[in-house]
Ligand binder design. Structure first.
Ligand code: GDP
Ligand code: IMO
Ligand code: MG
Length: 432
């Protein structure tokens, strides 16, 4: 094996940061390929907690970190994250490469987002307010400013054009622009000078590394159900979080990818708006939230909690072609007498596992549950499959069988070592 994609199989926050940190040691380079600082990847190293937003989690292992062309970069946020890491002794600048083709987020992107999220005639998506969507809008509309443009001689003219565009937008929506043109431009010229030494043709870097026998770990942000194409549109993010995005967002060809690993929780969570068939609005949901400390790593918002959803997992497994699943937060279910698993959706009296395309259909599906006995024991910190309570093993075997993908790794706590790597699995061969 050499090049592996690790990505979220649900609505984000599946524990990708922990898993990437755990496996990064076996790779030479860790690269992000989409999203921006809307991501919050938590890594615990002993007592120390790190929340990586834009910088690939592999940086904590001293690995070469790459921010690919598919990522949107708020340079202010990036430099802040670098400074925070520097305070803990991690010198990012020595290890980070930034794609010259990644698009740049400006303060006016946050202004545009505020307007579209706040409009009375539009349902709010519940975004992270980081300017992610409007920056991708400019990218797709072919008027965005990329890192290479920020650093190039044409920046002033390009900035001026995009600024005028946003002024027109502000006029149309009758909002006052409180941003200062000269200040923003000067800030970005300053940012440009600081990031310049790290800016490269990242696709060239990655492809040369692959040609030289190096191993690349692709770190997904968000999750497949937030993917702009395959997610619960329009309640999605604006990037390609699914496996295909790893290639378009890095410039590495699909023929160079050796394996795809999906990270999912032993239950389901979601932050922000949008349909969620197995969501629990009662004290059981509250119990999961409390036991799993389910509060957003970026915004601190309480995460919505619900049971494991097999149809959704079958769907994301198909879209991504998962070789293996990594199930996290098993320990969170330790105290439950019984656990429910949604095995199908009842639609017009018929049970199906097809995931509907529209929000209105998604909101009316009736989950069909099977009840599984709890395991009356602790899985917290378990590192061996054999040491798991029988009920927990049965639960995991049941999930793998229903989803139709093996479970190759189980996370039993937030720390690196609180993990079971299942021997003889496809997963173990891929990471070997
Ligand atoms: P990411 O965005 O996918 O990297 O996930 P987040 O970091 O946003 O959220 C996952 C949260 O669960 C973090 O606080 C992790 O420290 C924590 N976590 C990860 N794996 C486990 C686990 O197996 N058990 C428990 N209890 N917590 C975990
Ligand atoms: P990680 O990488 C969970 C959600 C937001 C909102 C929607 C659109 O930590 O798993 P955006 O700001 O991206 O335009 O918001 O997507 N969202 C996430 N939810 N984990 C994330 O990242 C997320 N990034 C965005 O809550 O519903
Ligand atoms: Mg997160």
């Amino acid at each position: 094996m050499s090049n592996i994609i690790i990505l979220g199989a649900q609505w984000g926050d599946e524990g990708k940061g922990k898993v990437v940190d755990l496996l990064a040691d076996r790779f030479d380079i860790v690269t992000r390929y989409q999203g921006g600082h809307n991501a919050g990847h938590t890594v615990y190293i002993g007592e120390k907690k790190f929340v990586l937003k834009l910088i690939p989690s592999g940086i904590l292992r001293g690995k070469q970190a790459v921010i690919g062309n598919g990522v949107v970069i708020d340079p202010g946020a990036l430099l802040e994250e670098m400074d925070t890491l520097a305070k803990t002794g991690i010198d990012v600048s020595q290890h980070l490469a930034i794609s010259n083709r990644a698009h740049v987020i400006f303060p006016f992107h946050r202004m545009v987002e505020k307007v579209s999220e706040g409009r009375a005639d539009r349902v709010a998506i519940g975004t992270t307010s980081r300017g992610i969507g409007p920056c991708y809008e400019d990218k797709i509309a072919r008027r965005g400013i990329r890192v290479a443009d920020l650093l190039g001689p044409g920046f002033a003219a390009h900035f001026d054009q995009l600024w005028k565009d946003k002024e027109t937008f502000a006029k149309a929506f009758q909002i006052e622009v409180t941003l200062d043109y000269a200040q923003v431009k000067a800030d970005y010229e300053r940012f440009a000078a600081r990031i310049a030494p790290m800016v490269v043709d990242a696709a060239r870097l990655l492809n040369q590394a692959i040609a030289g026998g190096k191993r690349i770990l692709f770190e997904g942000a968000q999750g497949t159900l937030l993917d702009v194409d395959h997610g619960t549109y329009p309640f999605v993010t604006s990037s390609s979080a699914a496996a295909g995005g790893a290639c378009t967002g890095s410039g590495v060809a699909p023929t160079k990818i050796d394996g795809i690993l999906g990270v999912c929780k032993a239950y389901t969570t979601r932050v922000g708006g949008g349909p969620f068939p197995t969501e629990l609005h009662d004290e059981v949901g509250e119990r999961i939230r409390k036991a799993g400390k389910e509060f957003g790593a970026v915004t601190g918002r309480p995460r919505r909690c619900g049971w494991f959803d097999v149809p959704l997992m079958r769907y994301t497994s198909a879209v991504n072609g998962f070789d293996s699943l990594i199930v996290t937060k098993l320990d969170v279910l330790d105290e439950f007498e019984t656990i429910q698993v949604c095995t199908g959706y009842k639609v017009n009296g018929k049970v199906t596992d097809e995931v509907p395309a529209t929000v209105s259909e998604m909101e009316t599906v009736e989950p069909v549950y099977e009840t599984i006995a709890g395991w009356h024991g602790s899985t917290r910190g378990a590192v061996e499959w054999e040491k798991l309570p029988d009920g927990a093993k049965r639960y995991l075997d049941y999930l793998a069988e229903k989803v139709g993908v093996e479970i190759g790794c189980v996370s039993t706590g937030p720390e690196r070592n609180e993990t079971i790597l299942i021997g003889g699995s496809r997963f173990s061969k891929l990471i070997d």
